[in-house]
Design a protein around this ligand. Sequence first.
Ligand code: FAD
Length: 472
Amino acid sequence: MTHEAQNTFEADLIVIGGGPGGYVAAIRAAQLGAKVYLIEKEKLGGVCTNRGCIPSKALLRNVQMFSPLLGCFEDLLSFNISAAMERKTAIVETLVKGIETLLKRNRVNVIYGSGRIIAPNTVTVELNGGQRIDVKGRNIIIATGSTPTIPLIPGIDGPKVITTDQALDLLHVPENVLIIGGGAIGLEFSFIFKGMGSRQIVLIEMMPNILPSEDEEVTSQMKLFMQNKGMTVLTNARALRISDGKDQKKIVVVSTIEGEKEFHVDTILVATGRTPNSYGLGLEKIGVETIHNRVPVNTRMQTSAPGVFAVGDVASRFMLAHVAMAEGVVAAENAVGLSNAIDYLSIPKCVYTDPELAFVGFSEKDAREQFGNVNVGRFPLFASGRAVTIGETTGIIKIVSDGISGRILGVHMMAPYASELIHECALAIKLKATINDLASTVHAHPTLAEAVREAALDTKGEAIHILRHKHE
Ligand code: FAD
């Protein structure tokens, strides 16, 4: 009798978790000839495809369809939330099926169930049907992702307090919303609610800036933009307690620099970050260390136990899908005997507001601290011909470079399609390109990308389409 007939399967690599970290690792290892078992307890694609990147962008697209009308239509359109949700669900289902097909074509064995490590090289899986099987593998990749973090605020466990999981399945547009957390997710949902027609949006962030680790000049422009759009954005603000008010409203008491404020809202969205899913995986059994639930790894994605790798939200310092995918490739290659290491320097970070935000490399503040002598070039979007033609002139491109070598250290932008524009800058940083390299590369006209080149030219006081920038 073979092992497989006894419900014990043999693999070169076991991947626990079928999100972007896990399924990409599985495909890469299979491409390299490994026999791979991928264990997923819910749906392939993970948070990214089912409850994160994809459904949120599908909803954003629905609401953004209103904004480019440019006064050319006479009828006022109204928002149909059930149609928007149906479209979102159809997109998610299509992409999940696509991942299923890719895994099948790459001969990855997918097991639907919950995986737990019971001994070195052995994972037991409680199948979704109730039975149990064991998989033995030479290497294991942990890619179990994360779940929303709920802060300890009195009243937060009551009704009408939701996370993004529920926000992506809303049946009604709430009239008044308070969002706790001014990170990427809080910002994106501010725009989703605004676009869906919520009348009052209050975003609170306890740090002095929204997106606190990103370039302050750009994030403060976004804060101002949101305020001009009628949203309330409070920084240095903390939710103190939540209680029930009149007319089925929730009351949120917020401490601000001007004292305590009270907001009466229909819905509270908690967007205060995510906790790595490392609990209950049996990591302690094989000596895999965790720190505050995160599995620490080196640049080869190795954990503290030999043959065990971790990727994505459970391990990474960047909780982003493309980072999980990149780490998945690195872990898979190392697991099958190649050698690879992750490089975080040129990771782009995008926020799908309207206009979008995108960041890569060092913020101006961090660059000044680390390199001392830095130059900054800027180009405002109102001076871009393409931005004028599409009617979206709010924003800025900002390039931070080394004052001596001219090497590009960071690029920060608020612009339409910033999530596309940023990749030229990520490549520039990866290739250690200089301001001169970017400035001497002819960009097509009329494009938004011209603004990137103009920002590089501005560093030298040579931008053509704005008046000469006076440098300190
Ligand atoms: P996950 O996607 O969380 O996948 C982990 C998988 O492991 C899950 O499917 C889970 O069911 C499975 N699993 C867990 N434990 C077990 C077990 N014991 N056995 C078997 N299976 C298990 N990132 C971006 O880059 N861009 C965006 O625009 C973006 N938007 C987002 C919007 C929202 C609303 C949210 C919540 C997140 C967003 N993210 C975005 C973050 C992104 O979704 C995550 O960084 C990404 O999904 C992490 O991938 P992962 O593979 O590490 O984990």
